[in-house]
Design a protein around this ligand. Structure first.
Ligand SMILES: Cc1cc2nc3c(=O)[nH]c(=O)nc-3n(C[C@H](O)[C@H](O)[C@H](O)COP(=O)(O)OP(=O)(O)OC[C@H]3O[C@@H](n4cnc5c(N)ncnc54)[C@H](O)[C@@H]3O)c2cc1C
Length: 465
């Protein structure tokens, strides 16, 4: 089966109001979101087309984003298991073709100081080793000839958007060096402006030596090529509408046939429908993030902003902005968006993001925006991901909950997921491998109300107090 067949299948229109809390699944062969990445990645490589008959497989992976594809790659490469990946729409239709393309040294939303508060210094140090190893794996993986994702490796700049944040950054830099032996450094406002970019808000920054910008869709398509080369099957336009346990394992119901599998991996992230399985139901809070890309800057505009870097930039707001210069001289920026899918296309969220761009770069006040889109980020209740087998009696596994930091870590999460499936997870003793994603308990029906309140509080904390 080739890509032209699945491209024909993937013609159902994109639904801008899709909301994972209310939809039974993310769709069936829907068009991609109108992203810069999809517009510039070229024709998607071949996949295995939709499931068209009942089939028996060993391991099924639901979701073909970075996590699902990395799991398939590592199952094949490290354990000789040729997985079958099932994707509702086109390959990597979810966050993996919508993100900011920022690979950072993190696996969830928490900082190292917060790891220590939560688990103590010994666990925090082991977790640091895990993410450093993850970055090495990521760098190694993208060297494969199948993966050509325009990497710009050179670090990450965490930019203080207000003066009062600088002491907090100074403390984190000290902790990173002293406790973790990690060579982060504090950068002054003048240095940010002279060496990186003239961001009008920047009051200084923390520089982390690990950080890389990549092309989001080219990365996903590269993973697809590698996974298939290693023997995995990737079926697109095949939403799993039910996951039923039986004596042999699981029956995954798709519109084209039933896939019977010994083991099943959920790599569905922020697109996990509550009805898909009780063990993943309401274990994540899907949060919308908006992104936009300007027209290419002229040479004099770029010079005027002194934009000297293409590494990932983020600011210190709780609902941070993530931004950077793209290789074709466009500026990309993203941040928080609506709370519900129904409100996602409301112009006020786009205007809010545009205002963020203008605050940083007043000279771009009139610049044309060529691309705008959004996606559902998989935020876990305690801000950290899990790669876990939630019930030892079932060959069911999941990896999700990166909270907007999954571009890099999903490669390692897929590898860890493969280890669990292959029964080689004995060494995995960090809390992200040994506990389930926390649920929201009786607060579940009120989560979005809570989110609304939190957004207001974050605004006060970040901009006013
Ligand atoms: C706007 C935006 C900006 C972001 N920016 C960054 C960034 O700069 N850096 C960073 O580290 N992270 C970022 N992220 C997060 C990052 O993109 C994700 O962590 C990462 O892509 C997660 O990959 P994944 O494979 O786990 O999930 P996804 O890529 O979301 O894949 C899940 C897939 O599962 C499929 N699926 C769901 N249910 C079913 C079903 N029932 N049947 C079949 N298929 C199903 C979906 O269609 C989807 O394709 C951003 C996210 C968004 C939305």
């Amino acid at each position: 089966m080739n890509s032209s067949i699945s491209a024909v299948q993937a013609r159902r229109p994109f639904d801008p109001a899709y909301d994972p809390l209310h939809a039974p699944h993310p769709g069936h062969g829907k068009e991609y979101a109108p992203t810069y990445w999809i517009a510039t990645a070229g024709t998607p490589p071949e996949d295995d087309g939709p499931v068209s008959a009942d089939m028996d497989v060993d391991v099924a992976v639901i979701g073909s984003g970075y996590t699902g594809l990395s799991c398939a790659i590592h199952l094949a490469r490290d354990h000789g298991i040729k997985a079958t990946v099932l994707e509702a729409n086109g390959v990597a239709w979810g966050c993996s073709t919508r993100n900011g393309g920022q690979a950072q040294l993190s696996s969830g939303r928490l900082k190292r100081s917060q790891w220590i508060e939560r688990w103590g210094v010994d666990v925090a140090k082991k977790l640091h080793v895990e993410i450093v190893e993850a970055f090495d794996l990521f760098r190694d993986l993208i060297r494969a000839p199948e993966i050509d994702c325009d990497p710009q490796d050179g670090g990450h700049l965490y930019i203080a958007h207000r003066d009062k944040v600088m002491p907090v950054l100074a403390k984190e830099v000290d902790l990173l060096n002293r406790v973790f032996g990690y060579k982060a450094k504090l950068v002054s406002r003048a240095e940010v402006h002279a060496d990186y970019v003239h961001d009008a808000e920047a009051q200084g920054a923390m520089f982390e030596p690990d950080g890389m910008s990549i092309h989001a869709a080219k990365l996903a398509f590269g993973y697809l090529k590698l996974a298939r080369k290693l023997g995995a099957k990737v079926h697109t336009s095949s939403p799993v509408t039910q996951c039923i346990r039986d004596k042999q394992g699981f029956r995954l119901v798709t519109p084209g046939g039933i896939v019977r599998a010994r083991a099943v991996c959920f790599a569905t992230a922020g697109y996990t429908s509550p009805g898909l399985h009780p063990l993943t139901r309401h274990r994540l809070m899907p949060i919308l993030s908006n992104s936009l890309v300007t027209r290419p800057l002229t040479a004099s505009e770029r010079e005027g902003l002194n934009f000297r870097t293409m590494i990932p930039l983020t600011d210190t707001r709780t609902l941070r902005h993530y931004y950077r210069l793209l290789p074709d001289n466009r500026v990309q920026i993203g941040s928080r968006s609506a709370i519900t899918g129904r409100d996602a296309a409301n112009r006020k969220h786009y205007d809010l993001l545009l205002a963020g761009l203008h605050r940083k770069f007043p000279a771009l006040r009139d610049i044309q925006v060529d691309y705008s889109w959004w996606g559902w980020v998989d935020v876990s209740h305690d801000m950290m991901p899990r790669i876990f087998q939630p019930d030892p009696a079932q060959q069911l596994f999941y990896a999700m909950g990166y909270g907007g930091n999954g571009v890099m870590y999903s490669a390692q999460a897929g590898r860890r997921l493969a280890q669990l499936v292959a029964g080689k997870g004995g060494e995995l003793d960090l809390p992200i491998f040994t506990s389930a994603l926390p649920g929201h308990g009786p607060l579940t029906p009120f989560r979005r109300l809570g989110q609304w309140g939190m957004y207001r509080w974050y605004y006060l904390k970040d901009e006013v107090l």
